[in-house]
Design a protein around this ligand. Structure first.
Ligand code: RTP
Ligand code: MG
Length: 139
């Protein structure tokens, strides 16, 4: 049996603020295994696939603009229950109220923009993880 996998993105705010290493280190320190890693600037096509579920929502266009604003890190981490484990490490979507001790709670805040700039993405289910890993890394 292969271990569960999740797609982790360090979003442009995390990379531009120099937090990528600190963020990845937290995931490794919890015990998850790094399986894939790359730095790249996303394309609109990739983001449209990745965020298809949010199309039409008020934050959709600002979200795509934000995600296109600079390079991101795409990574795959592996381990037992890594999907829920990473989302617990990441904290709540809104960085202002995300719990201290989480990535978003410790490093993020509201910048008064039209989208939550919240440093990281993590897949939310095994089906999402396989779909998203395919989008960012190929089948
Ligand atoms: P993610 O997918 O990035 O791991 O985060 P999530 O599950 O906690 O949040 P989700 O609801 O899937 O939303 C995707 C991303 O869209 C941005 N967002 N901004 N009202 C807002 O300003 C707003 N709502 C969502 C965030 O960047 C969020 O992570
Ligand atoms: Mg999500």
């Amino acid at each position: 049996m292969t271990a569960e996998r999740t797609l982790v993105l360090v979003k442009p705010d995390g990379v531009s603020r120099g937090l990528a290493g600190a963020i990845l280190a937290r995931v490794e320190a919890k015990g998850y295994q790094l399986a894939e890693l790359k730095l790249l600037t996303a394309t609109r096509e990739v983001l449209e696939q990745h965020y298809a579920e949010h199309e039409g929502k008020p934050f959709y266009e600002p979200l795509l603009e934000f995600m296109l604003s600079g390079p991101v890190i795409a990574a795959v981490f592996e381990g037992e229950r890594v999907i829920e484990g990473f989302r617990s490490l990441a904290g709540a979507t809104d960085p202002t109220t995300a719990a201290p001790g989480t990535i978003r709670g410790d490093f993020g805040r509201d910048w008064g923009l039209k989208v939550q700039q919240n440093l990281v993405h993590g897949s939310d289910s095994p089906e999402s993880a396989e779909r998203e890993i395919g989008i960012w890394f190929g089948a």
